[in-house]
Design a protein around this ligand. Sequence first.
Ligand code: ADP
Ligand code: MG
Ligand code: MG
Length: 250
Amino acid sequence: MGVLRVVNLGVKVGEKKILKNVNLFIKEGETFVLFGPNGSGKSTLLNALIGNPSYKVTSGRILFKKVDITNLPTNERVKLGIGIAFQNPPKISGVKLIDVLRYCARVGGYGEDKILELAEKMRMTDHLYREINMGFSGGEVKRSELLQLMLMNPDLVLLDEPDSGVDLENVALIGEAIRTLLERDKEEGERTKSGIIITHQGHILDYVDADYAAILYNGRIACIGEPKDILNQIRNHGYEGCLAKCLANM
Ligand code: ADP
Ligand code: MG
Ligand code: MG
């Protein structure tokens, strides 16, 4: 069964049309990797999926678990089971990490003990009573985002460049966290969690068993294929070369 279906999606930010005609279908248990040059609209797509009001849907529909969520507010989407880790999450003065984690734990149905257990796992126990993201290092920001997601335990995880701006040790920790996030309910080898992961360098592919990948280019999705294969093609031929090749093969 399909968990997420995006049909002919167009999105604008301000007066600028960013996404033109995006189609996407993700089944239960599938992980989809999205590559693409800077400014191609990858973050825009995730913001549209979570319902960030700055990103206006101009055409098409978003269906999640058979519910049309195109016009639902963000909190309703979160309740339905979509979670996001932003590329550049905001610093919020006056709001402590622990306050946000308590909200996330309520969404996921967990208590205080789970907050502490997972904070320890993500090495964030020293940060619980600090204002969220204020003075956090790149790795700490990403670990904090992952910790929030683990507590919300969403069915569809949206990850915007979780491996950007972090050192190798952090990539390992983050990679393991994403793997558990996507396999949380694993029974008899079946995965039930779905994910969309945006990555530039592809480091995260060493940790996560992704099913397929594509390139977002000029507001459209192209070149769907096996994640490591697409990554190698991007490394060898660049985005333009890759697109020229896959268009020639169509
Ligand atoms: P990517 O994540 O692929 O690098 P983005 O989705 O962040 O690309 O951006 C796509 C385009 O939309 C860029 O030209 C960017 O400047 C513009 N854009 C994205 N978000 C905003 C925003 N909040 N305000 C104005 N322009 C935006
Ligand atoms: Mg970018
Ligand atoms: Mg981005």
